[in-house]
Write a protein that binds this ligand. Structure first.
Ligand code: FO1
Length: 334
């Protein structure tokens, strides 16, 4: 795409893979330095004593063209020698020990990012400072902001007795997602610490001409950002500039457990269900062509509805989706 880029102040609310793919397209149609990304950190975890921020790293690695595109997380051309070496200790660790967690794969090159983040945290740097430093190391011009510098932890409550524990037990998001391959039923999701955490990026939200809710899981990726004090109120105040992209196509999540989670938690797993969740804070919903038949129902909720190709199989589709999103926000699609 060689057309002249816009230079609009844009804020994107982001989770992991879907958001990262959208951002890669956005960088082709809008000057990267004009974009601020507010990233979910409810998924953050600590393993081996290392601070790991999966969604931030997915966004940064993708924008730096360093992501393993197949997996959607971690670095390309990765090696796994450290993980392989953990096996030695898995055999000897006591039954109740959490040492040598081998269910979460950390590549050798990826480890450097977690070493850096952890060491800077120990020196007292904030999550924002560290994220800015890591983004700079990868030569990114976008402003990448963790949703808060305070600790917010997403936990899921098990709906029934299962391999992960007893009904009612709360387990960490990464355990749910990676260790149990999001295959256990959940009945509630909680964002511990969200009530008191201070949100980042409120000023950028108010100043932005376009605010995009990326095609990320509405519950566990966008949910933690919305749970922070005054974020929803701020979005309500600028609703006319907020465009959301449905991560549900044909009733199914493009990636991850969003469809199952929506059903388990009493929402509808469809673009219409997403519209209901976002109608208080967004004025436009972008849905995939496969869901064109839902357009009128979505409009009946008081949302503009734009139908286009949202399956970001390559960066030209991502760029076209980003352009459609911007046009929808600045009214050219009305
Ligand atoms: N996802 C997996 O399914 N398995 C893994 O072993 C795994 C490791 C991993 C390491 C670093 C990182 O930044 C992300 C990683 N992810 C892994 C992805 C990630 O945990 C999830 O996709 C997100 O948290 C959901 O947005």
């Amino acid at each position: 795409m060689n057309a002249k880029k816009n230079s609009l102040p844009i804020v994107v609310l982001a989770g992991g893979v879907g958001a990262a793919r959208f951002l890669r397209g956005l960088a082709l149609v809008n000057e990267p330095r004009a974009t601020t990304v507010i990233v979910n950190t409810g998924d953050d975890t600590t393993l081996h004593g290392l601070n790991i921020s999966p969604d931030i790293d997915t966004v940064i690695y993708t924008l730096a063209n360093a992501i393993d595109a197949q997996r959607g997380w971690g670095l390309s051309e990765e090696s796994w020698r450290a993980m392989e070496s953990l096996n030695k200790y898995v055999k000897v660790r006591p039954e109740n020990s959490n040492a040598a967690p081998d269910w979460f794969n950390l590549g050798d090159k990826d480890l450097a990012t977690h070493f850096y983040r952890t060491a800077r945290r120990a020196e007292g740097a904030t999550a924002s400072q560290i994220t800015t430093e890591i983004a700079r190391a990868w030569d990114l011009e976008q402003q990448i902001l963790p949703m808060t510098d305070d600790d917010v932890t997403t936990v899921v409550e098990l709906a029934e007795d299962c391999i992960a524990g007893k009904a009612g037990d709360a387990i960490g998001f990464q355990e749910y997602f990676v260790k149990y391959e999001h295959g256990v039923a959940v009945r509630a999701v909680t964002f511990n610490g969200a009530e008191t955490a201070r949100p980042n990026g409120l000023k950028q939200l108010k100043d932005a001409e376009v605010i995009v809710i990326a095609p990320s899981n509405p519950i566990v990726s966008i949910g933690p950002i919305r749970a922070l004090h005054s974020v929803d109120e701020t979005l309500q105040g600028i609703r006319n500039r907020v465009v959301a992209i449905s991560p549900i196509v044909g009733g199914r999540a493009i990636k991850g457990p969003a469809d199952r989670m929506l059903n388990e938690l009493g929402y509808e797993s469809s673009a219409l269900g997403v519209a209901k969740m976002y109608s208080p804070i967004a004025s436009t919903l972008i849905i995939d062509s496969a869901d064109a038949h839902l357009r009128e129902d979505i409009q009946a909720l008081g949302l503009r509805c734009v139908v286009t190709d949202t399956m970001m199989v390559d960066s030209s589709v991502s760029a076209a989706l980003a352009k459609t999103t911007i046009d929808a926000a600045i009214g050219q699609n009305q």
